[in-house]
Unconditional design. Structure first.
Length: 490
């Protein structure tokens, strides 16, 4: 099997695209800017969904679904919100097609909508218009709702999983009786995202707050998790927003508190998307293909028989028939690939490309010796192991692989996080050793914008665990009390 994957050191962008296509994760659609997520890619997304969905439910949230179409007037009610999304909105203006008499299908000009509908770029407006009818008293709070949905943000430059016109995500929207409760919710969900990124995806993240320039449109504060990819660029892996009372006031969502006083509720929203698939690929994969953390791998173990004749295959299959239930009992997903249409070498390359964490190869001599050949995807190491206790050995190995994948990514981030104490040093680091740059900033949007324009680096976040220290801004020379994280980003 010829993989034909471009080396990531040669062309990182093409390497990424090659893996997405050749590992059968997704492909470009005939609809410009949109993608088709293929079954193998979608099975990874389903595992991401399942874990996160349970985490949401464990923290008291319920799933609901809201309309894909949003009346244009709703966006006008929250000025900063509509300004943030205005250039990305797809607009529905008509509701019917007709035949023009020459065999062509055209828009029926008489079927114009009284009010244009916006195809959902995010759901704050439609949800807060709905919440007005759901919330009257403090007894109705907190209201903790999550939605799994698709959204549309019109993109000129698209890239599979990372930036497409339509993508899949979840969006949480909650209502609270006090600002403190809403802030606690915002921070709680950020912790949920960070835990998932690190302990399931194997991707270390920095928890922080966005600057005013980078804040979500309509939010008072935006919290985020930032990850570092193998090309030294940052990727925002999740966000959680404290919306204050902005949307409650815009849609007149009030409640009667315990003292009988009428107040506007306090709000949050938070979300992650199929962009996590891009993070998963770019944080771990290599020139041989996808590398998946075992917890999110659709197939954790694949077994490939190597045989001569049906008699030998039957003996191998009998052994596999005993092994597979043991693995499944331990919660391990396993596939036995006994196809006779492909040679073992082809299968080895295929599962390596698809990032299956553990591969077992079993031949006639292995049966005689009571052994199997075991290959692990993260290190590409092979070893011969005994068949006795193989299920326990594999379970322990999967945990080891999960830890190793995280540790490797963590070490990379540590090696590519550097402090800069001057603007010249900052620019030199950007041109050479890419990654996170920790530097002082004077806190002004103007300085942040000038740095972005001159270097294409943005402030990814103000880390939550920041230590206060006296310094001066690398650009303006003005006093600063803490460092922030800069990087070029996706």
């Amino acid at each position: 099997m010829s993989k034909g994957i471009t080396s990531k050191n040669e062309d990182y962008s093409q390497w990424y695209n090659d893996i997405v296509i050749k590992a059968d994760l997704a492909e470009h659609s005939s609809v410009k800017g949109c993608m088709v997520i293929k079954p193998y890619g979608y099975s990874i997304w389903e595992k991401i969904q399942a874990v996160l969905d349970q985490k949401f439910k464990d923290t008291g949230h319920s799933n609901a679904y809201f309309p894909l179409f949003i009346p244009k007037s709703y966006f006008s009610k929250e000025a900063s919100h509509v300004e943030g999304f205005a250039t990305e909105c797809a607009v529905v203006t008509h509701y019917r097609l007709k035949n023009d008499g020459n065999g062509n299908i055209i828009v029926d000009e008489t079927a114009k909508l009284e009010e244009e509908l916006i195809v959902r770029p995010t759901s704050e407006t439609i949800i807060w218009n709905t919440y007005k009818g759901w919330i009257q008293s403090y007894r109705d709070l907190p209201l903790l709702i999550n939605q799994w949905a698709n959204v549309v943000r019109w993109e000129m430059r698209t890239r599979l999983f990372l930036r497409t016109t339509e993508f899949l995500w979840q969006e949480g929207h909650t209502a609270h009786s006090t600002a403190q409760e809403a802030v606690e919710e915002t921070e709680r969900m950020l912790d949920v995202y960070a835990d998932f990124a690190e302990n399931w995806m194997g991707v270390p993240v920095v928890k922080g707050m966005k600057t005013a320039n980078e804040r979500f449109a309509g939010a008072l504060e935006t919290y985020c998790i930032e990850a570092l990819m193998q090309d030294g660029k940052a990727l925002q892996a999740g966000t959680s927003h404290f919306l204050g009372q902005n949307f409650a006031k815009a849609f007149d969502v009030k409640f009667t508190n315990k003292e009988g006083k009428i107040e506007h509720v306090w709000a949050t929203s938070w979300g992650v998307s199929t962009r996590l698939m891009g993070a998963l690929i770019m944080a771990h994969s290599d020139d041989a293909g996808l590398v998946l953390p075992p917890k999110l791998a659709p197939i954790q173990v694949v077994i490939v028989p190597i045989y001569k004749g049906d008699e030998e295959l039957n003996k191998i299959s009998a052994f596999v028939d005993e092994l597979m239930p043991k693995l499944k009992k331990l919660g391990i997903s396993v596939k036995y690939d006994d196809r006779d249409t492909q040679r073992p070498g082809f299968k080895f390359a295929e599962y390596e490309l698809k990032g299956v964490p553990v591969r077992l190869a079993i031949g006639g001599r292995d049966l005689e010796n009571g052994t199997v050949e075991l290959a692990r995807r993260d290190t590409r190491e092979k070893q011969t192991v005994i068949q006795e206790g193989l299920d326990i050995h594999i379970a322990q190995l999967l945990e080891e692989i999960q830890t190793n994948i995280y540790n490797k990514a963590f070490q990379f981030r540590e090696e590519h996080t550097t402090a800069a104490n001057s603007y010249d040093e900052f620019k030199e680091l950007l041109d050479g050793k890419a990654g996170f740059i920790s530097a002082h900033w004077d806190g002004t949007p103007e300085t942040e914008q000038k740095i972005k324009e001159e270097t294409k680096a943005t402030i990814r976040c103000i880390p939550l665990n920041n230590k206060l220290e006296d310094g001066v801004c690398i650009y303006s020379g003005k006093p600063s009390k803490q460092r922030v994280l800069f990087a070029r980003a996706y």
